[in-house]
Design a protein. Sequence first.
Length: 402
Amino acid sequence: MKHVLQNERGMALAIAIVALVIVGALIAGAFFSGTQEQRVAENVRRVQASFGVAEEGVYDIIRTWDSTVGGVQNRAKYAALYPYPAFPAAKDTAKYAWKTSKSKTGSYSGSVLKLNDQLYLIDMSAQDTMSLAGRIRGGGASQRIGLLTRIRPVQINTNAALTSGGTNVVVGSASLDGNDHPPTGWAGCPPVDSAKPGIRYQVGDTVSANGHPSILGNPPTLRDPTLKDSAFSTYGDVTYTQMAASANITLPAQNFSNTIGPVVTNGSCDMSVLTNWGSPMTPTGVCGSYFPVIHITGNGAVINGQEGQGILLVDGSLSVQGGFQFYGIVIIKGSLKTSGGGGTPAHFWGTVMVQDTVSFADTTNNISGNANLLYSKCAIIKALNKTGSGTMLRSRGWTQLY
């Protein structure tokens, strides 16, 4: 027995096997831990890449607001409140196909939903390139973020039914009313504003009557020493030239004889027709929420009949005849003449600004016929909100969506 107990042959093999098992387990544990750390790091990197791509998508929409989301041609689609049941219909939201980021690190897609006339929600999802390619076990990474965006309207001084920079304003059998007139049938109008001047004009200019006009407001006429030529060309940090360059309808001066009016094709408002300026007379119709920025180049434009809304920019002089109705803001660099009217007098709902620049021979605004120039805060605000650009809120406008 003593001899057997002292025989230790074979122990080295057992110890070696145990050591190999323990070392192998340590190595396997280290390898597993390292692999997990690598996967976690890769996932974090992909999540961060996806997050960066989502941010790029959000700010790309804001950056190109006028030509994509915020352009009046697209914004007419937005009518839904958020959240919307299931997936919003195409007319209620602007959806975007997947778009590759500038950095080529991933792609983003999302939608813009309307909360009200001044507030929108950008809902953006993104994935990095590897995740989109389907090469990642488990589906890869993705990020979804939301950004509240408000409308930044152009800062136009609209404190009168008619603001004139011309030498003379001759008023015939017309009505210029600075009292606030909400358009008939329009929903969501603000409370009635205080009365504004019927005519606001520069020092040295004159207002005269030729007939029996009706000039109302507080006061009816105002000779404003603060009114300068710059008021007709600069609106906050935006100029007339910049607004004209961003217009989505540009037409040469011509005789628009009963051609300005809404166009409906296959049940939708056809915004490709340049003479379709919306439908203010039917605000609940398919073109009722379409407020374009219209730029008329040249001199001597004549408009007779039908309707339009939004912001109208005229490089030269404008003559309005018949019963043409325009709702919003009108800025004319030349002079304004109105005539005719009959049973359907020419109307301007909102505000009209006429500079009467010296480059045009006629510096007299002749408001005659049965024309009505009515101040309307609602028409002004609608036009500004529908044609403004998108911008971030100053605080608490961003959130991560899941």
